[in-house]
Ligand binder design. Structure first.
Ligand SMILES: [Zn+2]
Length: 568
């Protein structure tokens, strides 16, 4: 916002977005977001802190910045003069304001950068202060929240500024190992060394509406490449589309979003008591081992089941998140360049307990199916799932996966981007993941694409879902004279829930309402929620090492299981 004539300074501001002349008090009430055009004005660190934290909860770190000039840098003006001027102009010691506070009642350590102070640049003092803040978070076992606004590393401190990227990142690694949540909030602008370190290597990355983030700034890129930049380049929406951030959040919603994330992390760490009024599902076994076929539900024709499993009205992962779970906060992106629409995931609550839910997403209409690539995940989708699994493990959240895919994306670009390796990595990661994992095949469990989400402590399957190494059509085309033999192939593949329960591939069948899941989505969601909760509960108190050992044992037993119990 540009202030008008000095005598009006306290009263009026002109919006940089739409040039409206705005009554200053009204603008402040609206968190410095233009009520006319929604443009988010830059905030000073003290104002930002005041907007984000519970009132009177901010306590600055006891440590103060030391004025340094490690390389005795002089341009037009000696560096110490610039520092002195910035201190006078901002009333701050440095380009970051650090301390502890509460957000929505949750204690956090907090570092908020201030772009007014030498462009929010990262020098030795800023790096040290943020590192101390992270260490404070570790000592107090609280999450760390970073609000970034920076042009990058402070060139006046040379390579020592560069080193700060490593220093802060190492402090974040310590929090990672301790299972403490780290969140960065990107505000406009966040560039260079800050973007390439602690702005993006936190667990969750939010971008405030209107924020731009990148390594190189647009001017540099235009100079180097000579190319025109695409519309919206490096904006929050661009970053979301390219898998770089979890969400774009308007300023007025920022505090609420942070509170929701902190609440999830807090509940996970404290293992808050959660009501366990879980009625026994009709085929629950409570322990490991295959369910007797008689308890697994009625025998169904395999081909008819395949057709039901593919029914477009069947609830999707997002439907279940809406119904069987509460408080879903979707997280986006693989951090490598994409946000695959065929995999959705994020934090949610099941029976009041925070969990990480990851699932394939199809759709009900042709347009939805196309938009989600028919639930066929790209390598980016698998990498997004991997990122969320690891995040869950770090935070001590159980993972619930919902499997519904014809298979992994078989396209050329998927191959180029390493589809096989991406699936392999997920399978490996799941077999090491030190947190409970419950997988539910809700529709189609297609081959490796399904397994990439289904190496779990408990593998459940809806009564009319299918789970198979290959589609019946694909199998028929290879082993029969033509694909019209798909119904026979379906029967041969033993892909129904009852068959797979007998084989020990599936631990328990999740009953569906009499009209099937697509005929009664609400009923299906209720049954799914109940059975997942019942399967999760006994896993929560198992020590992680035991959990992982048992999970690996579970997946080793199939050499024997294949020969037992199947009568052909
Ligand atoms: Zn405006």
């Amino acid at each position: 916002m540009t202030t008008t004539a000095p005598q009006d300074e306290q009263l009026w501001s002109r919006c940089d977005g739409c040039a409206s002349l705005l009554y200053r008090k009204r603008l402040r009430r609206n968190l410095d977001v233009c009520p006319e055009c929604g443009s988010h004005a830059r905030l000073d660190a003290p104002d930002r802190v005041a907007q984000l934290v519970d009132s009177d909860s901010f306590v600055p770190l006891p440590e103060r910045a030391v004025q340094v000039d490690p390389i005795e840098f002089v341009d037009a003006v000696p560096y110490p003069h610039r520092l002195g001027a910035a201190r006078v102009a901002t009333g701050l010691d440095e380009a970051v304001l650090c301390g502890t506070a509460r957000i929505g009642g949750h204690p956090v350590a907090l570092a908020v950068m201030d772009f007014r102070f030498l462009g929010g640049s990262l020098g030795c003092a800023v790096g040290e202060l943020i590192t101390l803040t992270a260490e404070r978070a570790l000592a107090e076992a609280v999450p760390l929240v970073l609000v970034t606004a920076s042009g990058g590393a402070r060139m006046q401190e040379g390579a020592l500024s560069l080193m700060q990227m490593a220093t802060v990142s190492q402090a974040l690694a310590g929090l990672r190992e301790a299972g403490l949540l780290t969140v960065s909030v990107l505000t406009d602008p966040t560039y260079g060394g800050v973007a390439a370190s602690y702005a993006t290597n936190t667990d969750v990355v939010l971008a405030e509406s209107g924020a731009r983030m990148g390594f190189a700034g647009p001017r540099v890129i235009r100079q180097v490449t000579g190319a025109a930049l695409p519309e919206g380049f490096q904006t929050a929406e661009f970053l979301l589309r390219h898998g770089q951030i979890d969400m774009v959040v308007p300023r007025h919603a920022l505090r609420g979003r942070l509170t929701a994330l902190l609440a999830a992390a807090h509940a996970a760490r404290r293992r808050v008591p959660v009501p366990r009024q879980v009625p026994a599902p009709r085929s629950a076994t409570g322990g490991g081992g295959a369910v007797p076929a008689t308890a697994a539900g009625p025998e169904r024709d395999a081909w008819a089941t395949v057709r039901t499993a593919r029914h477009p009205g069947r609830p999707t992962t997002l439907d279940y998140l809406d119904t069987a779970f509460d408080g879903f906060v979707e997280l986006h992106g693989d951090r490598l360049g994409a946000d695959c629409p065929a995999i959705v995931g994020g934090l949610a609550r099941l029976d009041g307990r925070p969990v990480m839910v990851i699932g394939h997403q199809k759709g009900h209409t042709t347009a939805e199916l196309v938009a989600h690539n028919f639930g066929m995940a790209s390598p980016a989708g698998h990498r997004k799932a991997l990122r969320l699994m690891r995040l869950a493990a770090r935070l001590g959240l159980p993972v619930v996966t919902l499997v519904d895919t014809p298979g992994a994306d078989p396209g050329v670009s998927a191959e180029q981007q390493g589809q096989a390796a991406a699936i392999a990595e997920n399978i490996l990661a799941l077999s090491m993941l030190p947190t409970p994992v419950v997988a539910v095949v809700t529709g189609e469990g297609g081959s490796g694409g399904a397994l990439a989400l289904a190496v779990a402590d408990r593998v459940l399957m809806l009564e009319r879902a299918v789970y198979s190494v290959i589609s019946p059509e694909g199998c028929a085309a290879i082993l029969w004279p033509d694909s019209s033999a798909a119904p026979q192939a379906a029967r041969a593949l033993r892909l129904t829930a009852v068959d797979l329960c007998r084989l020990g591939v599936v631990d328990e069948v999740v009953p569906e309402p009499a009209q099937a899941a697509h005929g009664d989505p609400a009923g299906a969601a209720e049954l799914l929620g109940r059975v997942v909760a019942a399967n999760l509960a006994p896993l929560l108190d198992v020590p992680p090492a035991t959990l992982v050992r048992r999970r690996r044992q579970r997946f080793r037993r199939f050499g024997a299981a294949r020969a037992v119990g199947v009568t052909r």
